[in-house]
Ligand binder design. Structure first.
Ligand SMILES: [Cu+2]
Length: 409
């Protein structure tokens, strides 16, 4: 080290704020509007934004004042600066100053508190009865390690055990645009938190409890989210999306999603894959319509050999845009720009899920896996299973199935 190096360091430090400014600006420009708290696209997010912008502004100003004050005092108070061996002037006991810097923050915090409480009450004060077109529809959102599932209950007042949710899907939460929708947020293993930043605030998913959250997307579109409560190894890979459709499209989606899948017969495209699926995958994954000779579902949701006891329902996998905790796009585009299934991505997942999404793949004796295990399929079997997965969409009775897909991205 040369003797000039401390000087260089101080010079670099002095320049830091100049460099940090544009860097911060760049960072904020990178923020994706689909997952941005400062780009509200629904009623709740709007209300939160109206509170947070002034509060962040005030907090920033206070921060600058305090830091600036400290720097000024450090400079004025240093002996070297005063060039004398005397103590700098002491502020201790300065009555006016001390009362001032006690009262000013208290007043400031009281003002912020009033607006915060008002916003909280306002957020709760939403009449989110489902629009008449949708009857009594209720949507429950379940957190699992590390993905979300959504259960649509069309007759919630029927509490008999035979009444199971009409639609069970994962990752893409499909809602109608322009109306408030009440969600029951729950968890099947540990605490998670459901958060779509551009639509609403967060709500914790706590095992054994149900928390209400009202969300609204003003316009049809795709809105990204991220689990917001640390929930173990792949917490950072636990994402989710809201796909808002126009009301007529949503109603078609509701109908199509309630269709079941036929049991394929020898000679049908996907038959071999279906057989592998029945042998290897149906211990965890439900496909509505696959029944045994007694008319019993082959897997009953909740029988899965995983910690939460649930794995994504795959009945209409091909109407989703993403999979595995919204970590991977199910779709890509061909040379002509048309959306096609990203086969390579799906293959990689089935070949060895933990290789592309960290999961507890080494399961201790006597414990259940978290996430999907490597099933050791041959490449041929993987190909066949994917041919089968490609058939998992509604039978297009009313025109093409409603895709919540990559095509919209
Ligand atoms: Cu989580």
């Amino acid at each position: 080290m040369t003797s000039t190096s401390p000087h260089l360091v101080t010079r670099a430090l002095r320049r830091l704020p100049i460099a940090a400014g544009p860097a911060l600006l760049l960072l904020s420009a990178c923020a994706d509007e689909r997952q941005d708290i400062f780009t509200p696209q629904g009623d709740s997010a709007e209300k939160i934004n109206r509170l947070q912008v002034p509060v962040f502004g005030i907090a920033g100003l206070v921060g600058v004042l305090v830091l600036g004050g400290i720097l000024v005092l450090m400079r004025q108070g240093s002996r070297r600066h005063n060039d004398a061996e005397i103590d700098p002037v002491q502020l201790e006991g300065n009555f006016k100053l001390e009362i001032g810097w006690t009262i000013a923050p208290a007043v400031l915090l009281a003002v912020v508190a009033v607006f915060t409480v008002a916003t909280l009450l306002d957020l709760d004060d939403v009449d989110a009865a489902p629009p008449p077109e949708l009857g009594e529809m209720e949507i429950s959102v379940y957190g699992h390690q590390w993905w979300w599932s959504y259960e649509y209950e069309m007759n919630p007042s029927d509490t008999s055990p035979e009444n199971t949710p009409e639609i069970v899907t994962a990752n893409d939460l499909v809602i109608p645009a322009g109306v408030p929708i009440r969600l029951n947020i729950r968890s099947r293993d540990v605490i998670h938190s459901f958060w779509i930043p551009s639509l609403a605030g967060t709500r914790d998913a706590v095992p054994g409890r149900s928390h209400d959250l009202v969300i609204q997307a003003d316009e049809p579109g795709v809105y990204d989210g991220q689990c917001k409560e640390f929930c173990g190894l792949s917490h950072a890979n636990m994402k989710q999306r809201v796909v808002a459709l126009s009301m007529p499209e949503f109603q078609t989606w509701l109908e199509q999603q309630q269709e079941t899948q036929p049991l394929l017969e020898e000679g049908d495209v996907g038959y071999e894959g279906q057989q592998t699926f029945l042998a290897q995958c149906s211990t965890c994954h439900q496909i509505n319509g696959l029944e045994n000779a007694d008319g019993e579902p082959i897997v009953v949701e909740g029988g899965a050999a995983v910690v939460s006891r649930y794995a994504p329902n795959l009945t209409h996998l091909m109407t989703r845009g993403v999979f595995a905790g919204a970590l991977f796009d199910l779709w890509t585009t061909d040379e002509d720009g048309r959306p096609v299934v990203d086969r390579a991505q799906l293959e990689a997942w089935i070949r060895d899920p933990a290789a592309i999404k960290p999961m507890y793949d080494v399961v201790p004796e006597g414990e259940l896996p978290r996430g999907m295990p490597d099933l050791g399929l041959s490449e041929d079997q993987i190909d066949q299973v994917i041919d089968y997965l490609l058939t998992l969409h509604p039978g297009a009775t009313e025109g093409p199935p409603i895709q919540t897909a990559g095509a919209q991205d």
